[in-house]
Design a protein around this ligand. Structure first.
Ligand SMILES: Cc1ncc(COP(=O)(O)O)c(C=O)c1O
Length: 322
């Protein structure tokens, strides 16, 4: 079992702090494009038109772009194709470890940036989330460049997971020399659309990854989504939401601190707080969902995303009783 934010099998909560999707979403322009997709036909099997559009957006060759059914699917595919050992810098997104488990390869854990750099030698794939989930931490440019340099030297695939890059308060220092993984559904508030893509540093690994996908790995709605999110107007909408999201995040962090909880506030649209081991269940019973972090060895901590003022008011009321 892997733990995520979002649906947990229970009734839908009134206020959901557990997913990191843009609380001002969905992006109306992107949603409209998804709804207008022609579902009566197969999408083009090689996604050539879509890959050309994404390649133009990133200034790379179309054959460096690999389309997938969300970043999670591409993470599993990366490890299936490349094998192990897999290196992660913990605590981080759980799908990297799951990919290693599913592929039956070794998972090596670094607990600091220094350890991560030292451990790159001898691994097949290494993952870095920029900003990181659940800490929101954004590693510095020097560190990312050094990781890319060492990975290239060691023959390891360094994968920079940029799922939260569009929701980052500070510029994200992704290195072109390493893999870049994009999961735009969170930023546009459309996590039900299962689409992501990868920009490989060269054509050969991209070809291997594309070859390993099932036929039509994404459908016409996902193709429409990926095309629409790359449009200038869609990006303008997204940029316009950021000041509000960061203001809401600061208010969230402030109210949690005012209740005496320790808070870690990074660059992204969510925070970590030491609410105590029983907090997630306590809040869930009151119609609020947070993401507990016991699966990451942090039983006292939870992750909470920036939400609307009415959700913050409900959280304040619930925490007073806690
Ligand atoms: C760091 C990170 N990468 C990737 C994903 C998943 O992306 P997708 O919805 O495209 O599978 C998440 C979702 O929580 C995430 O936190």
């Amino acid at each position: 079992m892997t733990f995520h934010g979002g649906p947990d099998g229970g009734p839908e909560p009134r206020y959901d702090f557990s997913t990191n999707a843009n609380a001002l979403g969905p992006n109306p322009l992107v949603l409209e494009a998804v709804r207008a997709a022609d579902l009566s036909r197969y999408p083009e099997p090689s996604y050539a038109g879509l890959r050309a559009a994404l390649a133009g957006d990133h200034g790379v060759r179309a054959d460096q772009v690999v389309v997938g059914a969300g970043a999670s699917e591409l993470i599993l595919r990366l490890v299936r194709v490349r094998g192990g050992p897999v290196l992660t810098l913990e605590p981080t997104f759980g799908e990297y470890a799951r990919a290693a488990r599913v592929a039956g390869v070794e998972h090596r854990v670094a607990r600091s940036g220094r350890e991560f750099l030292e451990m790159l030698q001898g691994v097949a794939v290494a993952f870095l989330a920029l900003p990181n989930n659940p800490t929101g931490e954004l590693y510095g440019r020097g560190f990312v460049r050094e990781a890319a340099r060492r990975a290239t030297h060691a023959g390891a695939w360094l994968v920079q997971d940029l799922a939260y890059a569009p929701l980052s308060e500070r510029p994200v220092p992704a290195a072109d020399a390493a893999f870049r993984l994009y999961a735009p559904n969170k930023a546009h508030g459309l996590t039900g659309v299962r689409a992501g893509y990868l920009v490989a540093p060269a054509v050969e690994p991209a070809a291997r990854l594309a070859e390993a996908a099932p036929a039509w790995v994404v459908g016409a709605a996902e193709v429409a989504f990926l095309r629409a999110q790359a449009g200038a107007e869609a990006r303008t909408w997204l940029r316009g939401t950021l000041p509000t999201l960061f203001a809401w995040r600061r208010r969230l962090a402030g109210l949690l601190r005012a209740h005496g909880y320790e808070v870690r506030e990074g660059a992204a649209n969510f925070v970590m707080a030491s609410l105590g081991e029983d907090a997630a269940a306590f809040l869930r019973a009151r119609g609020l969902r947070v993401r507990p972090l016991f699966d990451k060895g942090l039983p006292d901590w939870a992750r909470l995303s920036a939400q609307r003022p009415e959700a913050l008011a409900a959280l304040t009321t619930a925490l007073k009783e806690h």
